[in-house]
Design a protein around this ligand. Structure first.
Ligand SMILES: [Zn+2]
Length: 158
């Protein structure tokens, strides 16, 4: 890690839960950033108040890369069956970029994966007034296969 100062992007969050998750993800990626290997960290909050961290794993073959959100869900499931209720992910800047870490939304694959494992999950989105937004609203017409029972809609889902 270089000596440059990269501020915590949590100041853009509208509420305490969002700030805490963003700060957790920021601290994780600030400490573990490796250019072209680990660019993003994610923090997942469970219903018992515990935060689980995940680290993005880049790969020589791009499609083999693993998102930070997947790592955080995996870390959570290693230690608890508690419902997962919120997630935030933070991208750390490359040395050639301005020193600004930023909140990033889950990619399309992660939206599918996260909703499979946490149908009522909320997410911190980028923006000056980010709070927690129901993830289901960001993935209308989610894929539903026959492998698992069909999730029951919640009040937050359309
Ligand atoms: Zn992803």
């Amino acid at each position: 890690m270089s000596g440059r100062v990269v501020p915590d992007p949590a100041h853009t969050c509208a509420d305490r839960a969002a700030k805490d998750l963003v700060t957790a993800a920021f601290r994780a990626i600030r400490g573990r950033y490796v250019q072209d290997r680990h660019q993003i960290a994610a923090a997942v909050l469970d219903a018992d108040g515990r935060v689980h961290l995940g680290l993005h794993l880049d790969a020589m073959v791009g499609r083999a890369a693993v998102c930070a959100e997947a790592g955080a869900v995996s870390a959570a499931r290693l230690v608890t069956d508690a419902e997962l209720i919120a997630v935030a992910a933070v991208r750390y800047p490359k040395p050639t970029e301005p020193p600004l870490a930023r909140v990033v939304p889950p990619c399309g694959l992660c939206r599918e994966l996260l909703l499979d494992h946490a149908p009522r999950l909320a997410v911190v989105l980028p923006g000056a007034t980010s709070g927690l937004t129901p993830l289901a609203g960001l993935l209308p017409h989610k894929y539903v296969g026959t492998k698992w029972p069909t999730p029951q809609p919640t009040a937050d889902q359309p």
